[in-house]
Design a protein around this ligand. Sequence first.
Ligand SMILES: C[S@@+](CC[C@H](N)C(=O)[O-])C[C@H]1O[C@@H](n2cnc3c(N)ncnc32)[C@H](O)[C@@H]1O
Length: 276
Amino acid sequence: MPSEERDDPDPVAANRRLWDARTPIHLRSSFYDVEGFLSGRSSLHDLEVEEVGEVDGRSLLHLQCHFGMDTLSWARRGARVTGADFSPVAIKEARRLSAELGIAARFVESDIFRLPRVLEETFDVVFTSYGALCWLPDIARWAEVAAGFVRPGGFLYVVEMHPAAMTLSDEPGIRQLRIGYPYWTGGEPLRFEEEGTYADYDAPIKLPEYVWNHGLGEIVTALIDAGLVLEFLHEHDCTIYQQLPFMKRGPDGWWRLPSTMPALPLLFSLRARRVG
Ligand SMILES: C[S@@+](CC[C@H](N)C(=O)[O-])C[C@H]1O[C@@H](n2cnc3c(N)ncnc32)[C@H](O)[C@@H]1O
């Protein structure tokens, strides 16, 4: 449920505090299963592995990499990886995991909008996934930054919560589909302050968070304006976590709405290339 309080003059700084606090909780969570990852499990889903394709020998930049499990999973598949995130706690843990596993990786601590000042090269693959875009106030600027890191012939791949799914009310005890949030927030973020995190609903954490909803048209048009050529835009009926209490997890591990409810896209994925 969105909260009406407005006590943070700087929502991005508040979000960084949130992610610093979430990181140790996520490291201990069964959702992230770090132990399994250390024993060799990939944190990537078949969806992005198939849609990104072969990465062996390719350079890959992972934007908003959290504590680096996906980044290191791409490295296990042969990519030369760089992960970037604005949370110093997450970046420290990513470096620790990389050292513990002996997997070569570079991790950069930076706000995404400042990243072009810190990283000057371009990459074969720029990757971003699941729960990244809602933290960004300016989607046009994000597209410029992300596209700027794609080398000629390379591509940006995004797999993300579908903006239609971001409108669904998740108020406690909800039993049906209901629109609870705007499809577009514009410049004014939604403020939440709830117990727990998506990876551990019972975790003892309650901090403000600020999110921006960006429409699918805004996202795709921003990438086209940034000079990329769209190769595909897929919409999916499943998601990676129990977003709503009545969602059911299938044998394939994905969460879906019950078949008695109207079908809705819960994720989208796209690939956009820099031609020439
Ligand atoms: C949901 S996580 C990314 C999820 C990732 N797929 C995973 O599960 O590991 C979102 C990440 O975005 C990062 N983030 C949020 N706002 C950012 C910003 N302005 N600049 C850079 N990173 C940011 C957070 O620190 C967090 O690690």
